[in-house]
Design a protein around this ligand. Structure first.
Ligand code: ADP
Ligand code: MG
Length: 237
């Protein structure tokens, strides 16, 4: 059974029909990319999959059950940083850890917070606030926070589009490592064809609307891990 399924999903804002007839079945452990121009309805789609808004037509099923709202089973990373500005890196991650493991002891929670911070290489910046971080570091915190929700599915809404090319390449590799290490299901929303082809097993183009809908998907059959050591070496840069 598909982990997440969209059936005939449509969404309008007033008289603007953004999405129409969206059908998609995402299998467990899949890395899919949804590729679309700016304004084509990608964030609208993420919001629906996350349960942050409801479709006007059709339905969205998680393990065969209709979703009615957000849940810890779906971790979301938004395009713009949505961190709590008054909290440190540690504090931002702790919010997610505390929400999902309320029964753990303080020591166990602190250990989990440290683990997620470590996972995205921010141990040295654990006590900094978002304003004291670079764009790439902030998105790392957002990824760590989404992972700390221990989701089954990671929904990434253009998480790297605001970053410079080198930072983007580095985070692409980190996202791939998270996918392959944790065997999570990843849905990456992007407007970057190279990024979609590099990372995803299946790329689904969102045809521009009004009433944007999916074009035929194509699968990508490249060996993993991608060899990008030349671009991505800390020693080089
Ligand atoms: P993308 O993420 O692909 O850039 P969006 O999903 O953000 O596209 O937006 C798709 C279209 O829906 C745009 O035309 C946008 O103006 C419109 N839209 C998105 N959210 C709203 C909203 N809350 N109210 C009205 N229109 C919206
Ligand atoms: Mg968007």
């Amino acid at each position: 059974m598909a982990i997440l399924e969209l059936k005939g999903v449509g969404k309008s804002f007033g008289r603007t029909n953004v999405l129409a007839g969206i059908d998609l079945a995402i299998e467990e452990g899949e890395f899919i990319a949804i590729l679309g121009f700016s304004g084509s309805g990608k964030s609208t789609l993420v919001s629906l999959m996350a349960g942050l808004s409801q479709p006007d037509q059709g339905e969205i099923l998680l393990h065969g059950k209709k979703i009615t709202g957000p849940g810890a089973d779906r971790g979301v990373v938004f395009q713009s940083y949505s961190l709590m500005p008054w909290l440190t890196v540690q504090g931002n991650i702790a919010l997610a850890v505390n929400a999902t493991t309320p029964k753990a002891s303080a020591a166990e929670r602190a250990e989990m917070v440290a683990k997620y911070i470590q996972m995205v290489g921010l141990a040295h910046a654990a006590d900094r606030r978002p304003a004291e971080l670079s764009g790439g570091m902030r998105q790392r915190v957002a990824v760590a926070r989404a992972l700390a929700m221990r989701p089954e599915i990671l929904l990434l809404d253009e998480p790297l589009s605001a970053l410079d090319a080198l930072t983007r390449a580095k985070l692409q590799d980190e996202i791939e490592a998270i996918w392959s290490g944790d065997k999570k299901t990843v849905v990456l929303i992007t407007n970057d064809v190279d990024e979609a082809l590099l990372l995803a097993d299946r790329v689904i183009p969102l045809n521009p609307g009004p009433g944007a809908t999916f074009g035929p998907a194509f699968t990508v059959d490249l060996p993993r891990p991608r060899d990008r050591t030349a671009v991505n070496s800390d020693e080089t840069f």
